[in-house]
Design a protein around this ligand. Sequence first.
Ligand SMILES: N=c1c2ncn([C@@H]3O[C@H](COP(=O)(O)OP(=O)(O)OP(=O)(O)O)[C@@H](O)[C@H]3O)c2ncn1[C@@H]1O[C@H](COP(=O)(O)O)[C@@H](O)[C@H]1O
Length: 106
Amino acid sequence: MNDSVLTQLAEVLESRKQAEPDSSYVAKLYAKGLDSILKKIGEEATETVMAAKDGEKDKIVYEVADLWFHTLVLLAQQNLHPDDVLKELARRFGMSGLVEKANRTD
Ligand SMILES: N=c1c2ncn([C@@H]3O[C@H](COP(=O)(O)OP(=O)(O)OP(=O)(O)O)[C@@H](O)[C@H]3O)c2ncn1[C@@H]1O[C@H](COP(=O)(O)O)[C@@H](O)[C@H]1O
């Protein structure tokens, strides 16, 4: 179920590239450009931190959903797909974070 929500949302985000900015929040974000998308990601990350500090579980879920949503908008804007991230997580799966860090080249 969760995978299909990501896939369906990715399809909607792709389709919004052809939409008029006035007709869609996502189309408006695309029209404003990369910096506006990045600004939203920064805001939603901060709101996630504040929700966690407040210890409100419902708010944490709500803010993480906003954060994930805006990172999905970024992926679409960059012509990337959630599968690209899921593949990377799958590659790391089962590998100690310490080993993964030691293998990083960047
Ligand atoms: N999942 C979401 C989603 N989550 C959050 N948001 C929007 O993200 C914004 C969150 O920003 P804020 O909390 O700062 O609220 P805001 O003050 O309205 O935001 P700004 O105007 O300041 O940018 C709100 O406008 C939310 O409505 C979303 N907007 C759209 N979607 C999905 O994207 C699809 C396409 O949306 P449209 O392009 O609007 O049709 C929808 O059908 C949904 O499935």
